[in-house]
Design a binder for this molecule. Structure first.
Ligand SMILES: C[S@@+](CC[C@H](N)C(=O)[O-])C[C@H]1O[C@@H](n2cnc3c(N)ncnc32)[C@H](O)[C@@H]1O
Length: 267
């Protein structure tokens, strides 16, 4: 497994046994060095080892300290959207997907897991959401967050149901049968980043920012039973390049959704 930045794994100061075991397990699974935490500051530990980033297993979360910031899973944005859906408001992504209870979704670009979480809430216990993330440390952080979030309520149930898979969608899609999921979804890193306040900012240096390729879209069309959805900047030439001709989204929204519907998709 290759990592774009060099990373080591440790615990918070005075860890419990469970934390130490979890840190060792993460180190083994991701093939990253484990360094036992003394009383040293993270910065000192990082400098001594020459690593650029540190995975820190604390009592209540697993985070990644990188460039002076800690990145960890938080249901934040997903939670707000779920609350709005519950209040009867429209969610542009859910509308673009034509998603309903019992559906299955393959999210090919899991990232921070907000879209997968919202989809999981909408499809409910009778549906299925699988999220693919190619960067192993991002997949691990989001998996740990989804599994251990202790906030309760509908978001917690929806979180537990998201199946996180560390995989490159280029390969994963090829191995799937035709019509395996109702909806296949892509939300690649924008070609032109939005401003610094974007929720994706902490992820940017770690994420795989390669452009989506037409072959993967072709595979997605084969794998989707109903439709393939692409999220991009409103007005992005990516829609045309990748064959998405039907575009939806809020009139003043900076993002838009492209849809490729299969025959028989009535929405
Ligand atoms: C813009 S983010 C997705 C954000 C996500 N929709 C959310 O709600 O948090 C894109 C993510 O897709 C990942 N990615 C890029 N190429 C990929 C690939 N070929 N296979 C799987 N994941 C990929 C990136 O590493 C990044 O984490």
């Amino acid at each position: 497994m290759s990592h774009a930045v060099s990373i080591l794994v440790t615990t918070s100061i005075r860890p419990r046994r469970a934390q130490r075991l979890q840190a060792e397990e993460i180190s083994r699974t991701l093939g990253l060095p484990y360094v036992s935490r003394s009383r040293e500051s993270l910065e000192a530990l990082r400098r001594k080892s020459g690593a650029e980033a540190v995975v820190v297993v604390s009592r209540n979360r697993v985070g990644l300290v990188f460039a002076g910031r800690e990145f960890f899973f938080h249901p934040g944005l997903g939670k707000v959207r779920i609350r709005r859906i519950e209040a009867g408001k429209t969610d542009q992504m859910i509308q673009a997907m034509g998603l309903k209870a019992g559906d299955s979704v393959l999210d090919c670009t899991l990232g921070l897991g907000a879209d997968a979480l919202v989809a999981s809430h909408v499809v409910g216990a009778g549906g299925r959401v699988v999220g693919l993330e190619v960067v192993p440390v991002v997949a691990m952080l989001v998996r740990c967050g989804l599994e251990n979030y202790a906030g309760g309520g509908p978001p917690a149930e929806a979180m537990r149901r998201v199946e996180v898979v560390t995989a490159d969608h280029r390969e994963y899609l090829q191995a799937l049968e035709n019509d395996s999921f109702d909806v296949v979804y892509f939300d690649p890193m924008f070609r032109v980043p939005r401003h610094a306040s974007s929720a994706m900012e902490p992820l940017r240096p770690l994420a795989d920012a390669r452009a989506l390729d037409p072959e993967s879209v072709g595979e997605a069309v084969r794998v989707a039973r109903r439709r393939v959805v692409l999220k991009e900047r409103a007005g992005s030439p990516e829609f045309e390049r990748l064959g998405f001709r039907r575009i939806t989204g809020g009139r003043y929204s900076p993002v838009a959704y492209g849809i490729i519907a299969k025959d028989g998709d009535e929405a």
